[in-house]
Write a protein of this length. Structure first.
Lengths: 166, 101, 664
């Protein structure tokens, strides 16, 4: 179930996201690419809100846009990102385009065929409550949750170990 | 709203990410494209979770874990890129082809 | 497994252990044969112990049987196919018992005698091995309860005879004699085997008591039964040296004299008579079979007795005498006188063995077989002389020695069969028997005169033989006198032991006609008188070497030319043309096939190697290696070291898999 409002919002988000994504992979300026990624990620967050998954949306903004992109910018800065007009693509652009195209076609064809006729009901009153997300995490998925925290710790330590000067 | 819209959108995003991984010269930009791919997956997950309604909450939980793992992976990935830059003064992927015939 | 119907007395009787008698000589043969080197000159101890033990056991067993114990039959089927059953069994009844006593007695005495006779022989140990083996085989033959087993024993004794005749095989004549004996008896054995088959077809069994029972019930009649019986008789003709297969026995005298005494007088040659006696009921009920037996026997006894008259070799005289006496036994069976025939077998064993051992003693002293080298020996060898005379008188049938009772019994039965039952065959037998009795006494007188009387014609100094040789002679002489009384009319126990159901005893219960024994004794005495006149006093000297009867003399001298007929008619054609043809076939055809196959295989091998192995297989192998290298050389360029290139391939593959799993 979706009102016309939902559809318009969806299309706008879709277009913005697509344009941003294409810009990420074709920009000549690395910093521009990173900023275009922000656009893509934000549109994804908007999409999550449309899909009534508010908690995921805000976590996306917090972590992805807030942390990951910042990290990327730091990386770009520390590795002397070339800021100029030099080409940022390698020699196998054509092969990459073909591969991506084929992959897109195959995947979308299969998915459309598989999920024909199934619709998402977007007019549920409240959507998914954060409460329910929390309940599920801390009951059924508490173990993966703990493991992920250990994973993050490991990543932290690992990153420090790898990148430190000795 | 037909779920296939969201699925096609995520497929599109994923393919663009694939293009980016394969075609970009700068290692950091490759990492950026990988983030695009992971986002596409997340969109897929959340779309299915919305399709299933009340029982689809685990889909969103999964999406949260993906985000957490993506964060960890970016940290490590950048650490490696920085190390390479320190040793080779360059992050050009094409120059890192020592193990060739 | 073992089904024994043995005596009703509680506990085990000796009759249950009769198989031991057969086993002991085999064991001693093994012991002597394998331990010979260490035993050396003492090999005879094991042999004498074995047969001596067997003798004791045989006597005990026979005594028990006579005292009323039941006969023993036990068997074990070792092969079964459809309706054919082959058994391994024993049958101990009176006939077996009598044979056992005969075989073990003579064998023991011969074993003892050979200690002296074979002293210093270079194959002393082997001699005793073969002797034990022979004794065991003969006992095996006798105790067998089925025809197949008997045939096995039959062949075994033939082989042992071959070994023993050819003991002095360094002389070609001796080994030829052994081969001749073996082959001639083999001819008979073929008939024997087919006879067994024929009787099996007729009766469905190999078992002897069963066959006899079937015959008695009238089930074994008709052509096939007669054919079977006559074929069995073929084997008997071969083994018991009847005409026309008698030619091997005189030549078999090439073996040592104790061998002649044991095998060719008392035991192996009587196997034929034993066979007919065992299967007597089958023979009785098979039409015309017994008549054939009687006719053959009659012819044989006359021919052989005549031949004995013109021999110079003392052993050959005795050999032909044996043939003649065996014919007597066969003739008795032929006219239905079962008891008389077996009784004559029993007594003949004693005095014939005595005569042979005596001849051995003489030969040992004079170092020659020929009577022309002897003469006047009674002065030098008194014991041998006395015992030999006793044996000769017994053979001639003089009262009260053993031969008298057994021979006259046969003549009496022949007369009864002739006059009471009006059989022509019986008349023939009767007349032949009387003539032969005359001839027997005549040739034995000749032999005795030439050997013991007159002047010594030889060289050297003959002396009496050692006690190991003379004591057996004395024992046998006593036997020749004593055993006759077992068959004494009315009171003698022999007919109670050996009889055939339905046989009415005339002769033994009362001499059918007292005139008959008187006549036969008179005939014998007349022959003795004539013999003395001819050979001692040398009156009526007819120069038979030339003159009117010269042709007859030459006929006898050449043994009726039978040997020559066999040699030129049968042996030579096989030996020369047929053997050559077979050799040609073997060399060219058979070897040609074999060699051709070999050559073909080699050529094929070479071809396979050159063409297939080198060109095809090696091409494939080398090609595979080259292909691998070539493709490797091309494929290595995939390893660009560029990770993004690898990632491209990876995603292409992912797309392919997605398509694969998603669409199909």
């Amino acid at each position: 179930m979706a009102t016309i409002g939902h559809q318009i919002v969806f299309w706008i988000i879709a277009v913005v996201m697509t344009v941003a994504a294409v810009a990420v992979v074709t920009a000549r300026n690395v910093v521009h690419a990173a900023l275009y990624l922000v656009g893509a990620l934000m549109s994804a967050a908007a999409l999550y809100i449309l899909l009534l998954a508010q908690f995921v949306a805000w976590v996306q903004v917090l972590v992805y846009v807030g942390a990951i992109v910042v990290l990327m910018l730091f990386g770009l800065m520390l590795t002397n990102a070339p800021i100029g007009r030099a080409s940022l693509d390698n020699n196998q652009r054509f092969l990459a385009a073909v591969t991506a195209g084929v992959l897109f076609l195959v995947t979308s064809f299969i998915m459309v065929r598989a999920f024909e006729g199934q619709s998402i009901d977007l007019v549920r009153e409240q959507g998914t409550l954060t409460e329910s997300v929390g309940e599920v995490i801390f009951s059924a998925y508490v173990l993966p949750f703990e493991v992920v925290s250990v994973l993050l710790l490991a990543a932290l330590v690992g990153a420090i170990v790898i990148a430190k000067r000795d | 709203m037909p779920v296939s819209y969201f699925l096609v959108l995520s497929a599109l995003l994923f393919s663009i990410g694939v293009y980016g991984v394969l075609a970009r010269q700068n290692a950091v930009l490759v990492l950026l494209s990988i983030e695009l791919m992971l986002n596409a997956v997340n969109i897929n997950l959340v779309a299915f979770s919305a399709l299933l309604g009340q029982t689809g909450v685990p889909g969103q939980v999964f999406a949260l874990f993906v985000i957490a793992v993506a964060a960890a992976e970016v940290g490590i990935g950048l650490a490696i890129v920085i190390l390479i830059f320190r040793n080779r003064q360059s992050v050009d992927v094409e120059e890192m082809s020592l193990m060739k015939w | 497994m073992i089904l024994a119907q043995s005596s009703a007395t509680a506990g085990r009787a000796a009759t249950d252990f009769m198989w031991l008698v057969t086993l002991l000589p085999f064991l001693s043969a093994v012991i002597i044969g394998f331990g010979g080197k260490r035993l050396g000159g003492r090999a005879h101890i094991a042999g004498i112990a074995a047969v001596g033990g067997g003798l004791v056991l045989s006597l005990v067993g026979f005594y028990q049987l006579a005292a009323g114990n039941a006969t023993v039959e036990a068997s074990w089927v070792w092969f079964e196919l459809d309706s054919i059953e082959l058994e391994f069994g024993m049958n101990y009844d009176f006939l077996t018992g009598v044979m056992f006593v005969v075989v073990t007695t003579i064998s023991t005495l011969v074993h003892i005698y050979s200690v002296g006779y074979m002293h210093g022989d270079k194959r002393y140990t082997w001699f005793y091995t073969a002797l034990s083996l022979f004794t065991g085989s003969m006992l095996f033959l006798v105790i067998a309860n089925n025809l197949m087993q008997m045939f096995v024993g039959w062949e075994l004794v033939g082989v042992c005879s071959y070994f023993l005749i050819g003991h002095y095989w360094e002389e070609t004549d001796n080994s030829s004699a052994a081969i001749k004996a073996f082959i001639v008896t083999r001819v008979g054995d073929v008939g024997f085997l087919f006879g067994i088959f024929a009787l099996f077809i007729a009766g469905g069994t190999f078992n002897i008591p069963e066959l006899n029972l079937l015959a008695e019930e009238g089930e074994l009649t008709g052509t096939i039964a007669t054919v079977g019986a006559l074929l069995l008789f073929c084997g008997a003709v071969g083994k018991s040296a009847q005409v026309p297969l008698h030619v091997w026995l005189p030549d078999a005298m090439a073996g040592p004299t104790p061998v002649s005494a044991l095998i060719h007088a008392a035991t192996m040659v009587v196997a034929g008579v034993y066979l007919v006696a065992r299967m007597f009921i089958v023979f009785e009920h098979a039409p015309a079979a017994l008549n054939v037996v009687a006719i053959v026997a009659s012819i044989t006894m006359l021919i052989a007795a005549a031949l004995a008259l013109v021999q110079d070799d003392i052993k050959r005289v005795l050999a032909y005498s044996t043939v003649s006496q065996l014919a007597y036994m066969m003739a008795a069976l032929g006219v239905g006188a079962y008891t008389a025939g077996v009784f004559h077998l029993f007594t003949h064993a004693f005095f014939k063995a005595l005569l042979f051992l005596g001849a051995g003693s003489i030969i040992h002293a004079v170092h020659s077989n020929n009577m022309s080298d002897m003469g006047g020996l009674r002065k030098f060898m008194p014991t041998t002389f006395m015992t030999f005379i006793v044996g000769s008188l017994a053979l001639a049938g003089i009262f009260p020695l053993a031969g008298f009772f057994s021979k006259d019994e046969i003549i009496g039965e022949a007369l009864r069969a002739a006059s009471d039952e009006r059989q022509i065959v019986a008349w023939i037998v009767l007349i032949s028997a009387l003539i032969t009795a005359f001839l027997t006494a005549l040739y034995m007188t000749r032999a005795c005169v030439k050997t013991f009387f007159g002047a010594y014609r030889g060289h050297g100094h003959p002396h009496e033989s050692p006690r190991t040789m003379t004591v057996p002679l004395q024992i046998l002489a006593v036997g020749s006198v004593a055993v006759g009384f077992l068959g004494f009319p009315v009171v003698g126990p022999f007919p109670d032991w050996i009889n055939v159901p339905g046989e009415v005893h005339h002769g033994f219960s009362a001499f059918y006609n007292l005139a008959l024994p008187a006549i036969s004794v008179a005939v014998a005495l007349a022959a003795i008188w004539l013999g003395f006149q001819l050979f001692y006093f040398e009156r009526f000297k007819v120069d038979i070497r030339s003159g009117r009867f010269a042709w007859f003399y030459r006929l006898l001298e050449n043994k009726y030319y039978i040997d020559d007929i066999y040699l030129d008619g049968i042996v030579r054609p096989i030996q020369y043309p047929i053997a050559r043809a077979t050799n040609w076939i073997n060399q060219n055809v058979i070897d040609g096939v074999v060699n051709g196959t070999a050559w073909g295989t080699v050529a094929a091998g070479k071809g396979v190697y050159g063409v297939i192995d080198q060109r095809v297989v090696d091409f494939a192998v080398n090609g595979a290696a080259g292909l691998t290298g070539f493709s490797g050389g091309i494929l290595r360029y995939i390893q660009t070291g560029n990770v993004q290139r690898y990632a491209a391939f990876l995603f292409v593959a992912v797309a392919a898999f997605v398509a694969l799993f998603g669409l199909f």
